[in-house]
Design a protein around this ligand. Structure first.
Ligand code: 6PG
Length: 238
């Protein structure tokens, strides 16, 4: 199974449906597991999702049984406006009063190679037997990057490592990112994307026009397929 494409009329309905799906998945997993592990993406797309989860699902989810990780981080301090963790903290983690012991951020302020080592070891410790997130929330850039795997480094989708240092080729900004080895081992993989600026790249990926040229196009999930939560401005079925 490859793609489960779910399209909604606008960003708000897309985010609302994505939130409900994530909450349902958390509930399913907590029926058999003590904790749920979630890998969060950065960028702007998740912001509406973070605010909705914090506002509408405060009581519906046992948030103290959810462990939060990141799929990538900009190499900046946590209080920098560029920080993926900093944004999630403001919009979601603080409003829901998520306990520090459930938050496993990437230390963007650390020297990159040292942080790659630290986060790799943390993932091996926290994810124990199988290095995977129960839920992996991804975005897609207009160039087809996902996490911080950009097209020039598309080989990172095949990396033997779980975590590497990458660079945003457009800005030169250092990043820490998980690789395809971890992304494609996750239990449930969700893309959230909306807006007309994503139309071309999603056409390229989902209508199989040179899908393999995009890192996001190399995300797959043998278990359930990859779930795409998209609005109609970003994607129309062919
Ligand atoms: C990051 C993200 C990145 C993001 C895409 C889409 O750190 O920037 O993890 O992979 O998902 O760049 O970003 P937007 O949601 O802002 O379009």
């Amino acid at each position: 199974m490859q793609d489960v494409i779910r399209i909604y009329p606008d960003p708000e309905m897309t985010v609302s449906a994505c939130a409900a799906f994530i909450v349902r998945k958390i509930g399913e997993i907590l029926e058999t597991n003590e904790f749920v592990t979630i890998g969060l993406s950065g960028g702007s797309s998740p912001n509406m999702l973070f605010m909705l989860l914090a506002k509408e699902y405060r009581e519906e989810v046992s948030w103290n049984r959810v462990k939060f990780f990141w799929v990538d981080e900009r190499c900046v301090a946590p209080d920098d406006q560029e920080s993926n963790f900093g944004t999630a903290k403001k919009l979601f983690l603080d409003p829901l009063k998520i306990r520090d012991e459930n938050i496993f951020r990437i230390f963007g302020e650390n020297e990159p190679s040292a942080e790659v080592e630290r986060y790799s070891q943390l993932l091996e410790k926290e994810l124990a037997s199988e290095i995977r997130f129960d839920i992996c929330l991804l975005g897609v850039g207009t160039d087809g990057h996902t996490a911080s795997i950009f097209p020039p480094d598309i080989k990172l989708m095949e990396s033997k490592k779980f975590v590497v240092n990458s660079v945003n080729p457009n800005t030169g900004q250092n990043r820490i990112t998980i690789t395809g080895r971890l992304i494609n081992n996750c239990r449930t993989v969700i893309f959230l994307a909306y807006g007309k600026e994503k139309k071309d790249v999603l056409d390229g990926i989902l209508n199989h026009k040179k899908r393999e040229h995009y890192p996001a196009g190399l995300v797959f999930n043998a278990r359930f397929g990859v779930f795409w939560y998209l609005d109609s401005a970003a994607y129309r079925l062919p």
